[in-house]
Design a protein around this ligand. Structure first.
Ligand code: SAH
Length: 216
């Protein structure tokens, strides 16, 4: 029997996202619009809407739907904003941000994932997402500043270049933790040159590997 991705996605939005308190209509609409099953490996597309992370190859994972929705809501994205994502992975989070009208820049360090995400985003219609193969802990200085920055891998601290590249009035979200694979979600706000940090609950992300991240 063939799976019905639209119904599965509708159920995911209701039971995993709305039921847990993500209320932003824009976030909910984007989660409803992006076909998550086309961002995981084909053999796993039947479980793409399950309430957990999914493998995307090279030891990496695409976050659980609820975590994507929560981080996107906390990021407070509005149409036209310039958003930098570190950790392109499958391109799913980038598509969610693009669907909300953001001008998305995304950096990935693994060449194959970068290339696959580029092809996938173009094929599915998100042609305006800008992708770069590089160490994202250095940010993307040529295009700075960014209204919003989202890091979808966990690092030991907030990389200094990202803080530098955040616009005044900007918001940065990153999982930060003293040990690998266990982090707290840190929200950093920059206002009139002052930086305020707030920690939310515990999360589990793959490692942010790079000059201002973990060693390989
Ligand atoms: N946001 C992705 C999932 C990210 S998984 C999605 O929606 O599918 C985390 C990704 O961060 C992995 O692909 C990993 O290779 C990448 N990554 C880790 N350290 C990085 C760095 N320094 N720069 C860029 N990407 C990095």
């Amino acid at each position: 029997m063939k799976i019905d991705p639209v119904r599965k996605r509708e159920r995911m939005v209701r039971e995993q996202i709305e039921a847990r308190g993500v209320a932003s209509p824009e976030v909910v609409a984007a989660m409803r619009a992006v076909p998550r099953h086309l961002f995981v490996q084909e053999a796993l597309s039947g479980q793409a809407y399950d309430d957990r992370p999914q493998p995307i190859g090279f030891g990496q994972t695409i976050s659980q739907p609820y975590i994507v929705a929560l981080m996107t809501e906390l990021l407070d994205v509005r149409p036209g904003m310039k958003v930098l994502e570190i950790g392109t992975g499958s391109g799913y989070q980038a598509a969610v941000l693009a669907e909300m009208g953001a001008d998305v820049y995304t950096v990935e360090r693994i060449k194959e994932l970068h290339q696959q995400a580029r092809e996938r985003l173009a094929r599915l219609g998100w042609r305006f997402v800008k992708l770069k193969l590089d160490d994202g802990t250095m940010g993307w200085p040529e295009e700075a500043p960014y209204d919003r920055i989202i890091v979808t891998a966990g690092g030991p601290s907030v990389p200094a270049p990202l803080l530098d590249q955040l616009a005044d009035g900007g918001v940065l979200i990153i999982p930060v933790g003293g040990t690998r694979r266990m982090q707290t979600l840190r929200i950093v706000r920059k206002e009139k040159g002052l930086v305020r940090e707030e920690d939310r609950g515990g999360v589990m992300f793959v490692d942010l590997v790079g000059k201002h991240g973990w060693e390989e």
